[in-house]
Design a protein. Structure first.
Length: 476
């Protein structure tokens, strides 16, 4: 990758990416120690949270010759990395070993944060049982950082959260619990932070798209919003060393809201096609045909596809961070709430469709032998979080069905946040033994034509059997 200096990059970026600083970038930070360390690849990068977001980020920095230290409370992750192994399906052990050769290491000792020049936080932001934001991972991590915080360090939060988290939650903890009364740099001063006992803070949302190999990570533009212009530019320089394009915005809250808009856009549009699918079923129309036809419009339309429900650690969850915060402003985010209702209803729609399909064969759900094909929350990945397949399995079991599953990525389903299935993957054989086979996750591995050929009945929630005309197939 061409290593653009900040000045070059700003000149060849589209206008709307011009840094929003009030001085030309190279004047403000010309002699800044951290900026120079970043440019010389000498800056030591600490990444807290080595999951689906933090580990790929560590690898990107390592590729650009930075020495990266990963921090995680999960000793298994730390040990696996120490042994040169990977615990994420799409990240090969050879990538870990190559990063280790560049100095990448992992630790659970947060005291080592004192050695870092930049600290990037990539921890989960789930919902609690009341469907409210659970910031405990962010606050626990911030409490762990604060005692080791150093003047001049740059702290960046990447975890998806509501606008205000960085400045209203994270910064106060860092300032209150840091040693030597450190303060987050504010205003437009460019003085040397270490002399002023200051640290820099920014928010920069992650844009990991699990399973997407079409777009190289470094080609995904990185939005950055600093507490002050200098923090924005330092974070811009840091991310600009690994991403082709950085997009500065005016504040951490603007960056936090940018991420939420991206994911709410998906959540609402998926709910739209889910609702239209239910209508099309009643009208005898094929929603998939309609979406494909609408997709021929070369502008003003982006296809989304109906499914069995919304899974993943982001799309079903992030919108409710904004709903919750909006109440503080006496504002109801009705689109988000309606989308949530529609998407949450989809597993129940699938159950009803299975019941209807069995009924056509003079069978009931109670006592039926059902095989669930694919349990990951979306195709071709190894992640079960919030997967609608788990809800569908539990609903079928409650109705008395005998449920088996197959998924190439999961030999076993144990206990998770909202489920405890303790199921072992069944082999994909003797498919005629099942009263119904339900395609919940349309992994590319499956030979759908063969499956339909052998099955008695197939309920397809993903249009995976497109082009296979068979009376055995019910699309729902
Ligand atoms: N889904 C549909 N219909 C669609 C698209 C998705 O039913 O047309 C379902 C999927 O099956 C899945 C859920 O929605 O269950 C979420 O899938 P997703 O691909 O929209 O979201 P994630 O969580 O895998 O990853 C997303 C990223 N995806 C894309 O932008 C395509 C991106 O929004 C974020 O970088 C990431 O969440 C995150 O971490 O925020």
């Amino acid at each position: 990758m061409t290593n653009h200096s900040a000045a070059n990059r700003s000149s060849d970026q589209p206008k709307n990416d011009q840094p929003k600083n009030d001085q030309p970038k190279n004047d403000r930070l010309k002699n800044d120690p951290l900026k120079n360390k970043i440019e010389q690849r000498q800056a030591r990068i600490g990444i807290i949270g080595l999951g689906y977001v933090g580990l790929p980020l560590a690898l990107l920095f390592s590729e650009q010759k930075f020495a990266v230290t990963g921090f995680d409370i999960d000793q298994r992750k730390v040990d696996t990395i120490a042994q040169g192994g990977s615990y994420i399906y799409r990240i090969g052990a050879e990538e870990i070993r190559a990063a280790k050769a560049q100095g990448f290491s992992a630790t659970s000792d947060y005291a080592r944060l004192v050695e870092m020049d930049a600290v990037i936080i990539c921890v989960p932001t789930p919902l609690n049982q009341y469907h409210e934001p659970d910031l405990s991972f962010i606050t626990d991590t911030t409490h762990a950082i604060a005692p080791h915080l150093q003047a001049g360090q740059l702290v960046v939060l990447e975890s998806t959260t509501y606008p205000g988290t960085t400045e209203e939650v994270m910064v106060p903890i860092l300032e209150k619990e840091s040693k030597n009364g450190l303060k987050a740099a504010r205003g437009t001063s460019c003085d040397d932070a270490s002399a002023k006992n200051e640290f820099f803070v920014a928010f920069s949302p992650e844009r990991e798209d699990p399973g997407n190999t079409a777009v190289a990570r470094r080609d995904i533009p990185k939005v950055v919003g600093g507490v002050n212009p200098k923090a924005s530019e330092l974070a811009g320089a840091l991310y600009g060393s690994i991403f082709q394009r950085t997009v500065p915005v005016s504040s951490p809250a603007a960056a936090e809201m940018t991420k939420l808009l991206e994911n709410i856009y998906r959540c609402v549009n998926i709910a739209l096609v889910n609702e239209l699918k239910l209508l099309c079923l009643r009208m005898g129309l094929d929603i998939w045909e309609v979406i494909d036809a609408a997709s021929t419009k070369p502008f003003g339309f982006h296809p989304f596809y109906p499914g069995p429900g919304l899974g993943g650690h982001c799309i079903p969850i992030d919108p409710f961070y904004l709903s919750w915060k909006a109440k503080e402003f006496d504002f109801r985010t009705r689109f988000i709430e309606l989308a949530g209702e529609i998407n949450n209803n989809m597993p129940y729609h699938v159950l009803a469709s299975i019941g209807g399909a069995l009924n056509q064969h003079k069978k009931s759900v109670n006592g039926a032998r059902v095989l669930i094909l694919g349990v990951a929350y979306k195709k071709d990945i190894d992640d079960l979080r919030e997967s609608p397949a788990l809800t569908i399995i539990e609903l079928l079991q409650k109705e008395g069905a005998q449920v088996n599953y197959h998924d190439p990525y999961f030999p076993f389903i144990g206990k998770g946040r909202k489920y405890d299935l303790q199921m072992k993957r069944t082999e994909l054989e003797q498919l005629a033994q099942y009263d119904c086979i339900v395609i919940v996750t349309d992994h590319s591995d499956y030979d759908y034509r063969k499956i339909v050929g052998e099955a008695q009945l197939v309920v397809d929630t993903r249009n995976a059997t497109k082009g296979i005309d068979s009376p055995k197939v019910v699309r729902c």
